[in-house]
Design a binder for this molecule. Structure first.
Ligand SMILES: [Zn+2]
Length: 322
């Protein structure tokens, strides 16, 4: 499972950071999912190896423009690039009138089917052949959700001793068992896949949260999760000065939650545009990192645009530099 940050700035872009967009790669070669689509996301994509042709679904956490204004351009560009594969657009119900109005008022159309799926419905679940996705409500100025991605289709290991002991010989049947299928033996017996194979590792689970002022709402979502991606718009002193209205989290809040929830990996993103990477004028991203480190002892990262991370099968998270 790989993550590529396409934008890490809150509200407005800066010269170094675009507004929110995150690519999650998993499944087939170059297959990926987009979570949030701030303005300019399609330009950011041009600087990666990701293609809209292999995009499997788009997830939108909430309707604010810094998470959605990139959709009309990205969708129409995908169409102009020749995409015909249907595309699920998963998020708040307002996405449908927003996209339909944008298309209808600009003489635009899509050459593929866009299916709108309401992620706010109580029974929301979505799944394809590689991931299973659920949503969890957060606290923000508008309805906002976190998405939890869990990998499916784990590799099975054959229990060869047991197969041989039961007289099931190596051959196509072993292949079927490894693919997760029960098999019918020549003598009519049914051999169940769970009796002859094991899954030697746990499925990787990642929670990507939208804007949120109450990280504790993610307690259930984060149970047994290996990575949380969460906004940390400000340090606590700035959050106190700004006041509660924007309904964002400080680094201290998120880090404190991640520590209490014993999350092994935490990536912070969605930094207020007032924070720069360096220099001596104004606050820097390092201030957010330092505050988070005081409260969180796990593996902490502060995302930068185009930074890639891999959550390995052994559940370690590393930065990818190639
Ligand atoms: Zn927002």
């Amino acid at each position: 499972m790989e993550l590529t940050f396409l934008g890490t700035s809150a509200g407005t872009p800066t010269r170094a950071r675009n507004v929110t967009g995150l690519a999650l790669q998993h499944g087939g070669p170059r297959q990926w999912y987009l979570i949030d689509c701030g303005e300019g996301t399609q330009h950011q994509l041009l600087r990666t190896r990701l293609s809209v042709m292999q995009l499997r679904a788009i997830f939108i956490t909430h309707v604010h423009g810094d998470h959605t204004f990139g959709l009309p351009g990205l969708l129409t560009s995908a169409s102009m690039s020749g995409r015909t594969e249907p595309l699920p657009l998963i998020g708040p119900p307002q996405l449908q009138p927003f996209i339909e109005a944008a298309l209808a008022n600009t003489d635009s159309s899509l050459g593929f089917e866009l299916s709108f799926i309401n992620a706010e419905s109580a029974d929301f679940r979505w799944q394809d052949d590689a991931v299973r996705v659920t949503s969890f409500p957060l606290s923000h100025r508008v309805p906002c959700h976190a998405f939890r991605f869990e990998e499916t289709r784990l590799e099975r290991k054959l229990l060869t001793d047991r197969l041989e002991a039961d007289g099931i010989e190596a051959g196509p049947d072993w292949g079927r068992l490894q693919k997760g299928q029960d098999i019918r033996l020549p003598d009519g017996r049914l051999a169940c896949v769970d009796d002859y194979t094991t899954i030697p590792r746990s499925p990787r689970k990642v929670v990507v949260a939208g804007d949120n002022d109450t990280p504790e709402l993610l307690t259930d979502a984060c149970r047994d999760v290996h990575l949380l991606v969460h906004e940390a718009t400000y340090t606590q002193d700035v959050a106190d000065r700004v006041g509660p209205w924007p309904q964002h989290s400080s680094a201290r809040q998120v880090a404190g939650f991640a520590e209490a929830a014993q999350l092994p990996n935490l990536i912070l993103t969605h930094f207020s545009s007032r924070y720069q990477f360096g220099g001596n004028r104004g606050p820097v991203i390092g201030d957010i990192a330092a505050e988070a480190r005081q409260a969180y002892s796990g593996n902490l990262h502060l995302a930068r645009d185009f930074q890639r991370y891999r959550l390995n099968q052994d559940l370690t998270l590393i930065e990818i530099d190639e």
